[in-house]
Ligand binder design. Structure first.
Ligand SMILES: [Ca+2]
Ligand SMILES: [Ca+2]
Length: 456
């Protein structure tokens, strides 16, 4: 099952770039407990997110590989690009204007595009469907944003056509831990998540030069490098760097907006920001923030508080350069109007813990790895490590299993080959993106090791 087919459960952190999918968003009563977010999700862990304790067995025989066939081109088109053409192009291309890619019949609309070579599967960005929008052909908003939306849909169309290969690990000679709780429970063990909270990772945004993406100390951010422009830029200055991201708002209500920012001083501490159809507001993050800090999005030098009335749909967010040198890592919409920036601390990143004692008798070792939701389709694992009270534990070839299955693409940690000691338990400094299987409400992690040999 592809991840978006079982799109249930928590909505705590969707970095939605895709406007074409209908998500099942729970709209039941909202828990108003404060949801805590990490300032630095790449290097901080939430100890309360502990889950997945247990052990496992190391017996079994081999593994089986299964391939799930991708969708047909028409099926994939119907779920992706067709949704855009139906919504945006129907007035002309749904009736009289060739190619008739916006007619209701998916096969006919699909054939109209494919047979006239309006889509370029080898180089989606060069698809006429996309380029026409960048050239200004009947955009329904900002042409570049519309083009990006169309390009996203074509990329998804291609993705949906691909076969998915998974390997069912039935043990073999490997040592396999027990399964974690579901990722939804791991990330939110007390079900305190607020359904009206939406986290956006700016690394998933579309930037327009001189706005660029970068990272430092495990924090990904966007910025216009300091020194690019000498002066403060007005919100209609065409030379400004810009970035766009879609917020998938789950509930019709009022929201406040916060950003995880870094400012360096009075001339490096502001953005213009535009939410949906609202006007630009001038967001001053407050001089030198001394590192990354959650700051409420306010308006003007007087920092007037803002409340956004947003409908339950996709809203385009534009971050626009005002003063270069200002960095933005994440945005958080919340319908908890009482929330303040200093309450945003811990987060939807959690540590999974697996007891290895049954796999490596007498070791009393624990395997720990941090997990977060990366985007609509994937998780991120980071900082795999072993806590070993004494002795030495030889560890080799670590594989994450999602719902018991190993996907050969998830191979970052297969090169692990280490003699772990109490003072040195880190298995890798790399993080790994893991494709969701059925979504965080269902997916459970376990881990296999080729070798786990304990020496007291
Ligand atoms: Ca300033
Ligand atoms: Ca500056």
């Amino acid at each position: 099952m592809k991840p978006w087919q079982a799109k249930l459960g928590i909505v705590v952190l969707l970095a939605a770039v895709l406007g074409t999918y209908t998500q099942c968003v729970p709209s039941q009563g909202k828990n108003k407990s404060k949801l805590k977010y990490n300032s630095d999700s790449a290097s901080t862990t939430n100890p309360s997110g502990n889950s997945g304790s247990g052990s496992g067995s190391g017996s079994g025989s081999g593994s089986t590989t299964t391939t799930t066939a991708g969708l047909s081109s028409v099926q994939a088109f119907a779920q992706t690009t067709h949704a855009i053409t139906r919504a945006r192009c129907i007035n002309c291309h749904g009736s009289f204007q060739q190619p008739l890619h916006a007619v209701a019949d998916a096969q006919q609309a699909h054939d109209a595009i494919v047979n006239s070579s309006k889509v370029n599967f080898a180089n989606p960005a060069q698809s006429r469907l996309v380029l026409k929008l960048t050239e200004g052909h009947n955009c329904w908003g900002d042409c570049n944003m519309n083009a990006q939306e169309m390009l996203d849909s074509v990329n998804d169309w291609i993705y949906l056509m691909q076969d998915t290969t998974t390997t069912t690990n039935t043990g073999g000679d490997d040592y396999v831990t027990t399964e974690s709780n579901t990722i939804a429970m791991v990330l939110d063990p007390n079900s305190t998540a607020n359904n009206g909270d939406i986290m956006l990772n700016m690394e998933a945004s579309m930037t327009q030069a001189p706005m660029v993406k970068a990272s430092e100390g495990g924090v990904e951010y966007i910025w216009v490098p300091n020194g690019t422009h000498a002066a403060v830029l007005a919100n209609n200055n065409a030379i400004a760097g810009r970035s766009f991201i879609t917020a998938q708002i789950p509930i019709n209500t009022q929201y406040r907006l916060f950003g995880l920012v870094r400012g360096y001083g009075d001339s490096d501490d502001s953005f213009h920001i535009k939410v949906g159809n609202n006007n630009y507001t001038e967001w001053h993050v407050g001089g030198n923030t001394n590192g990354y800090k959650w700051v409420e999005v306010t308006n003007g030098a007087g920092k007037a508080r803002l409340t956004y009335n947003l409908t339950a749909t996709n809203h385009q967010i534009e971050i626009r350069e005002r003063e270069d040198g200002t960095k933005l890592s994440k945005l958080l919409f919340t319908d908890d109007l009482q929330m303040t920036a200093d309450q945003i601390g811990g987060g939807p990143q959690a540590t999974m813990t697996f007891n290895l004692n049954a796999l490596a008798a007498g070791s009393n070792a624990q395997f720990k790895v941090d997990v977060s939701v990366y985007d609509m389709y994937s998780y991120r694992l980071s900082n795999p490590r072993i806590m070993l009270p004494s002795g030495m534990l030889k560890v080799k070839n670590l594989k994450p299993l999602v719902n018991g299955n190993f996907n050969p693409q998830h191979s970052t940690y297969t090169i692990v080959d280490k003699n772990v000691t109490p003072n040195d338990g880190s298995l890798s400094g790399s993080s790994m993106i893991i494709l969701k299987d059925q979504g965080e409400a269902f997916d459970k992690f376990s881990f296999s090791f080729e070798i786990l040999e304990y020496t007291p």
